[in-house]
Design a protein around this ligand. Structure first.
Ligand SMILES: NC(=O)c1ccc[n+]([C@@H]2O[C@H](COP(=O)([O-])OP(=O)(O)OC[C@H]3O[C@@H](n4cnc5c(N)ncnc54)[C@H](OP(=O)(O)O)[C@@H]3O)[C@@H](O)[C@H]2O)c1
Length: 283
């Protein structure tokens, strides 16, 4: 599969460099990469790495960080927002960013239009507290299910979901964990998320479900710890690190068809995200 290919320099470029006494310039590397692309196309190999990403919940605290990181890494972004005018103020101005109106409760047809020509989706939505006790179920369950259906309609086969640790708290013996109790008191939030995860898993779409601990807005204070599903029941993590994990998942086959739980810990060793994903077994 093309995604497994590492971006090596083409032989012709390497040879021509070996016969030159000068150090390679940035121009040299750019030309070499172009030649590599051209030779891949000539071989009829399709580069399947996603290039344009639809981000649902782009105006949220985590969603905004995901959009910013994607743009900084050269991805095109379609940012789904309920209020595009507001999003234009809060999101960065960037030529690679399109802001599109999208409410995940409005059904898969409209979401499919919003997804447009994106080739992967990151879902960072979460209900906003309101008087509507069904809001968590509408957004965190039906909304995510609508997103999966929209992907099916568009033939988009890559879905990264920001979920939460403790979604399966009851099965983990954490039914009296205060976080599990409180979050489910608000419209069964964690149960809604767990049901949405189950839907994604059974959809056949290539998913990565990221379950962070409590989210912090401050910069990372420790290193990322990644565990398999239904392992962590406490801990927190910076939203910057959640964005890093989500963006890496888009680029890293080791994350395919996996559910991972993440927190950060001061004493944890710093490990490449690819290695962390590799350490989690597919179920
Ligand atoms: N807070 C925590 O400690 C914690 C811990 C673990 C996991 N999580 C989960 O992590 C995710 C991100 O959390 P966060 O705190 O960064 O989120 P957030 O700041 O609350 O943002 C939520 C996002 O969801 C969007 N949204 C809400 N209803 C929507 C709808 N009907 N259609 C489309 N978009 C909608 C909001 O859009 P508007 O701007 O238009 O309202 C906003 O962009 C959530 O799923 C959350 O449950 C949170």
């Amino acid at each position: 599969m093309a995604i497994l290919r590492s971006p090596s320099l083409p032989q012709s470029a390497v040879k021509s460099y070996c016969f030159s006494a000068r150090l390679p310039t940035p121009k040299f590397f750019a030309a070499a990469m172009k030649m590599e692309e051209a030779s891949a196309n000539a071989e009829g190999i399709k580069d399947e790495r996603p290039r344009k990403i639809f981000v649902a919940g782009s105006t949220g605290k985590t969603g905004t960080k995901i959009v910013e990181l994607l743009l900084s890494k050269g991805f095109g972004v379609r940012a789904g927002a309920r209020d595009p005018e507001k999003a234009r103020i809060s999101l960065p101005q960037n030529r690679s960013l399109e802001i599109v109106r999208s409410d995940v409760t409005e059904g898969s047809g409209k979401i499919a239009e919003a997804i447009g020509d994106s080739d992967a989706v990151v879902c960072a939505t979460g209900f906003r507290p309101s008087l509507d006790v069904f809001a968590p179920w509408k957004v965190d369950n039906f909304g995510t299910v609508n997103m999966v259906e929209a992907c099916r309609k568009k033939g988009v086969n890559r879905f990264v979901l920001i979920s939460s640790i403790l979604v399966n708290g009851a099965a983990m013996g954490q039914i009296f964990n205060p976080a599990y109790v409180v979050l489910n008191l608000f419209g069964l939030t964690l149960i809604a998320k767990l049901q949405a995860e189950k839907y994604i898993k059974s959809s056949g779409i290539n998913y990565t479900v990221i379950r962070p601990g409590g989210l912090r807005n401050d910069p990372p204070a420790g290193n990322i710890v990644m565990e398999p599903e239904d392992t962590l029941y406490e801990g927190s993590i910076s939203r910057d690190q959640v964005a890093e994990v989500a963006v890496e998942a888009l680029q890293c086959p080791e994350s395919f068809f996996k559910v991972v739980e993440i927190v950060s810990r001061i004493e944890a060793p710093k490990r490449p995200l690819k290695d962390l994903f590799s350490s989690i077994k597919q179920k």
